[in-house]
Design a protein. Structure first.
Length: 689
């Protein structure tokens, strides 16, 4: 079988070939050579845009492949899932099993990062058809002498392509089925071992196969399950009068590690421009000593491959990366492909920027907002090849310094072909590198970025606050094919966004949003210490921006405050680590309640089952009847079971599908229940699993 010919994204961008292959059912003259291939294969999954893009999985996942397969008449068919590493390795085969309505499935585990390919093959199972008919004739009391001779011929035919032990076994079974003892012959023919032998070694005449192999990209486990914590290095100093450093970040690591976060994301750490530098609260006039926005990248000290001199040196950065690794934390960097007016690129490569008629460079705008301190790249410039190459060099510069995770700023404002090319080139150098897309934009654009290679994506969770809205949104994210390529990462807040729901003195608002972010999806993050210290002051009424935002000034945080939510975050991250149900998104199920302010949902994985019930009203106590879907959780209908609140340690005895909860935002606005079956005595809780 020929492998798929891979064309680089850059070649595709330059040559402009068709985006999608010819559909399998395109009108064309019948091919007589296929006339004896009678099995039809349709609707294979996972399949993203006809195989144009790779589906996504992570190390440790079980890849489940489904397809429709059927034939004319009444013959039985056999269906096999084939998979291989890369695009030219040997194929491995897994028997596919029937579901309903001619749907079949097969599964295999993945253990390594990289490209996989899958396909489905199907053929008429002549021996299986013979066994099925033989059983019916035996049950009807018919003479099966001739039928047994036919079965023996099928076994002997299978010998032609085999040798050694397989050949001997086939010959022995054929002899018995031809033998004089009809009872032994029938018993042998109906033996599952004989059927399994023929399933593997019988001729597969006129087999049908899916048109071309479909790609699956396997990431490391952190792509599927991660906990992000973001803070500004320049605000990490203990002394409020001093600019923070990378060494201060290193000293903050135990705090982050204690809470259980595994990814530390730092906003840009590069030199900051001086021209048009913004003052506090995005004031267009900066005073001497104002630090400006880290996203206004570049100055006399260097650009995207340099470190702000007040933060430290490259040696300090390397030390920080190693320290993060010692704490089992990935250091995530910000990729913000834009420049301040002082960036070296502006003088060295003016052709990379868009110029206005008066000769000035066009700065970034999102009317009425103006970003005079930021120059976007002109990706349509004539020298875009050199621009792409330079941005790849910058990215690999940080990869070579140990960075394996990037948060990408506004990727939806750069060309799609550029991201597909850059991500593919980076993964050639190091397939472990992950990319988080910060693209709060239209859904189809967010999905396209994910198809192009972004590992995870920010979402609309920040603005989904009521149970109905969350159920609708999660139903979209967890349906096929979206769940096969789009990995949501839920953030209750970011430096750019203080949502209206959190602009309250109600502590429960922050608590519930943290619990929902950490349990609805396997990837989540917070911007701290603003979140755990419940900073809730907007820049102005009706604005979703922080007052005295760290984007424009230094802030001092009391991370040891007794009012901090750090203990809650610590418990949530521990619960996530200890319960595999919360480490994936595919089994998310919503349970009905009779209260529109109460959200109930579960996740399961093997014996791990988590049921979350949350009051989204941060001010008022709410009661709710919860209709537990017992079958989803593997619970008995006629015996009690235990729900163990992992936040408080309380245990409750429930029975049946109908149960009542009370959620007081002043004390406990949500439950995170581990669900356990009751296996011995309904009176003795010691016997719960």
């Amino acid at each position: 079988m020929k492998g798929t010919t891979l064309i680089s994204p850059r070649q595709r961008a330059e040559s402009g070939p068709s985006e999608t292959p010819e559909p399998a059912d395109a009108l064309r003259a019948p091919d007589k050579s296929l006339g004896q291939s009678r099995v039809i294969i349709e609707n294979i999954s996972p399949c993203i845009d006809g195989g144009r893009f790779a589906a996504k999985r992570a190390v440790g996942d079980i890849v489940r492949v489904e397809a429709d397969a059927f034939t004319d008449g009444h013959d039985k068919i056999a269906v096999a899932l084939l998979y291989r590493t890369g695009d030219s390795g040997p194929w491995n085969e897994v028997d596919m099993q029937p579901l309903v309505n001619d749907r079949w499935f097969g599964e295999f585990p993945v253990y390594a990062v990289g490209l996989l390919q899958i396909t489905v093959r199907a053929w008429l199972d002549h021996f299986g058809t013979w066994v099925y008919d033989l059983q019916k004739r035996v049950n009807a009391g018919q003479d099966v002498s001739t039928d047994l001779q036919i079965g023996a011929e099928l076994l002997e035919e299978a010998r032609a392509g085999n040798e050694g032990d397989v050949d001997k076994q086939l010959a022995d079974f054929a002899r018995i089925i031809r033998g004089p003892d009809k009872g032994q012959a029938v018993q042998t023919a109906l033996n599952p071992l004989v059927q399994a032998l023929m399933r593997r070694h019988a001729p597969r005449k006129f087999a049908s196969e899916w048109g071309r192999p479909l790609p699956i990209w396997v990431d490391r486990t952190k792509a599927r399950f991660s906990s992000w914590y973001e803070f500004f290095p320049r605000s990490a100093a203990n002394d409020p009068s001093r600019h923070g450093t990378l060494n201060d970040v290193l000293n903050r690591l135990p705090y982050v590690a204690k809470m259980g976060f595994d990814t530390l994301y730092l906003p840009p750490i590069h030199p900051i421009g001086r021209q048009f530098r913004k003052g506090p609260n995005n004031n267009p006039q900066a005073n001497p000593g104002d630090v400006g926005s880290p996203w206004a990248i570049g100055g006399p000290e260097g650009g995207h491959d340099a470190i702000h001199p007040q933060l430290g040196t490259m040696e300090d950065f390397d030390l920080l990366v190693r320290a993060c690794s010692d704490h089992n934390i990935d250091l995530a960097m910000d990729l913000a492909f834009q420049c301040s007016p002082d960036h070296p690129y502006v003088k060295q490569h003016p052709e990379w920027f868009k110029h206005r008629p008066d000769g000035t460079i066009q700065y970034a705008e999102n009317p009425p907002k103006k970003y005079q301190d930021i120059y976007p790249f002109d990706f349509e410039c004539n020298d875009f090849h050199a621009l792409w190459d330079e941005l790849l060099r910058v990215t690999l510069h940080w990869v070579n310094h140990g960075v394996r995770v990037f948060r990408v700023d506004n990727p939806h404002t750069k060309p799609f072909p550029f991201w597909e090319w850059l991500i593919a080139e980076v993964k050639k150098e190091d397939p472990d590198v992950l990319f988080l897309a910060e693209a709060f934009t239209r859904p189809k654009i967010m999905y396209r970025l994910a198809k192009l290679g972004f590992t995870q994506s920010y979402t609309y969770f920040t603005w989904r606050n009521d149970p109905y809205g969350m159920r609708e949104y999660l139903a979209e994210l967890t349906r096929e094919p979206i769940i096969d390529f789009f990995r949501p990462n839920f953030w209750p807040n970011t430096p750019d966004i203080l949502p209206g729901y959190l602009q309250t003195d109600a502590r429960a608002a922050h608590i519930v949003r943290a619990i929902l972010a950490a349990t609805l999806t396997a990837n989540y993050g917070i911007y701290g210490p603003a979140f755990e210290l419940m900073d809730n002051q907007p820049a102005a009424p009706g604005k979703e921006e922080y007052l005295d935002s760290e984007k424009y000034q230094l802030r001092q945080w009391d991370i040891n405050s007794p009012n901090s939510l750090s203990d809650l975050l610590t418990r949530l991250n521990r619960i996530r680590r200890e319960h595999p149900a919360l480490q994936q998104d595919r089994t998310l199920t919503f349970h009905n309640t009779n209260n529109p302010t109460v959200l109930a949902f579960s996740k399961t994985s093997g014996s791990s089952a988590i049921l979350v019930i949350a009051n989204t009203d941060p001010y008022n106590t709410q009661w709710a009847d919860v209709d537990v879907k017992l079958d989803v959780l593997g619970l008995p209908h006629d015996r009690p079971y235990q729900v163990h609140d992992l936040l408080t340690g309380a245990r409750y005895r429930w029975q049946g599908w109908h149960n009542i909860v009370k959620l007081d935002p002043g004390s406990q606005p949500a439950h995170v229940f581990a669900v356990r079956k009751h296996v011995r005595s309904e009176h003795d809780f010691e016997y719960f699993l």
